[in-house]
Design a protein. Structure first.
Length: 354
């Protein structure tokens, strides 16, 4: 079958590889769509970062080249012995988390902070930029009839937004700030709105992304290259927001997001950072602010929990994945898709179709 294999920085090749065998407890999925994620883009530009290079990943025993793509939807093609949750013909999305299942965090049900956490499409174990993918039964989450395969390919990023807000202190009537409105920032906006945020204020330097943020429900969008977002947000709220989400992953926005919260406010860090950040701890200590982190969603045997919530939210219309999809490319053109994400400000989510 054809698959997009990651060999290293700016080196992704679409090539013919062996069809993955379907073992006991496993599910073979014929891929419909797979989204290019910010993480994939990061690996393409500056990797290998999370992709195992010198050492094989403990979750898969594999190192590069690996197949990319972890935001996946498709149809079950075949099932291995003992599989009961799905059958051939079922439409599914993939929860890509590969927790070890044995560490203290996995045993406590916190698979998203597993000591050896891996991901389908990054750590080996196949990926979505291919014709087919084989995963454990746990990883294949059935899609309700009213959710399309296109929408279902965005369940992964929407579950990141859902988890970030669900475990935050956002309450009905709060004001919320979102720094950075790439795909994940946009899912955070929709999740915060669904959680009852009264007012959502956004800081984002790219005009195209500010436009989409407004379309999906942001009340105020600010260009941090033109105005001071902290000053603007504090002025337009009661001395700041109750909760700010940092989804840009850069030094400046970390401190800005922190200072945009009220005294006793909360900064929720969603981004993965390439570099250290600088901030004055007095901004936390003297006004009793809190900083917390959030990582992906429930996984392993709990794969269907937050994925199921996200699917219901899409079904009810509370989440609108279609607003984020800006392009569709053939698997053979996946490299052009990566390049387009780098050069075109208007791109948010590009889907790859095998
Ligand atoms: Zn992703
Ligand atoms: Zn573990």
């Amino acid at each position: 079958m054809r698959a997009a294999q990651y060999y290293g920085k700016k080196d992704v090749r679409v090539e013919e590889i062996d069809d993955p065998p379907v073992g006991e407890g496993e599910v073979e999925i014929s891929i419909a769509y797979a989204g290019i994620c910010g993480t994939d883009r990061h690996e393409y530009v500056a990797g290998p970062i999370l992709i195992p290079d010198a050492e094989p990943h403990p979750a898969t025993g594999e190192r590069l080249p690996v197949t990319l793509g972890h935001e996946v939807s498709g149809t079950v093609e075949a099932v291995g012995e003992g599989v009961t949750a799905v059958e051939p013909g079922d439409r599914v999305t993939v929860n890509p988390m590969l927790p070890c299942g044995e560490c203290q965090y996995c045993l406590a049900g916190k698979h998203n902070v597993c000591v050896d956490l891996g991901f389908v499409g990054l750590s080996g174990g196949g990926g979505g930029f291919a014709e087919r993918l084989v995963v454990d039964e746990d990883n294949a989450v059935p899609i309700p009839d009213d959710v399309s395969l296109k929408e279902a390919s965005l369940v992964e990023p929407f579950s990141v937004g859902l988890h970030a807000v669900r475990h935050s202190p956002v309450r009905t009537g709060d004001s919320v700030a979102v720094f950075g409105t790439g795909p994940i920032g946009l899912t955070v906006i929709q999740a915060a709105r669904a959680a009852g945020a009264r007012r959502i204020l956004v800081s984002e330097p790219q005009a195209g992304r500010r436009e989409i943020a407004e379309e999906i429900g942001a009340d105020v969008t600010l260009d941090p290259t033109e105005v001071d977002p902290v000053e603007e947000i504090r002025e337009r709220t009661e001395d700041g927001v109750e909760v700010a989400f940092e989804v840009a992953g850069v030094d400046a926005s970390f401190s800005q997001a922190l200072r945009s919260t009220q005294h006793d406010g909360h900064l929720r860090v969603v981004s993965v950072y390439e570099d250290d950040v600088t901030f004055n701890p007095n901004e936390v200590v003297t006004v009793e602010r809190t900083i917390s982190g959030t990582n992906v969603y429930t996984g392993g045997p709990r794969s269907g929990e937050e994925y199921g919530m996200t699917l219901s939210m899409i079904e009810s219309g509370a989440f609108d994945p279609s607003a984020l999809i800006t392009d569709l490319v053939d698997l053979d053109d996946v490299v052009a898709g990566f390049e387009s994400l780098l050069s075109d400000d208007g791109q948010v989510k590009i889907l790859v179709e095998p």
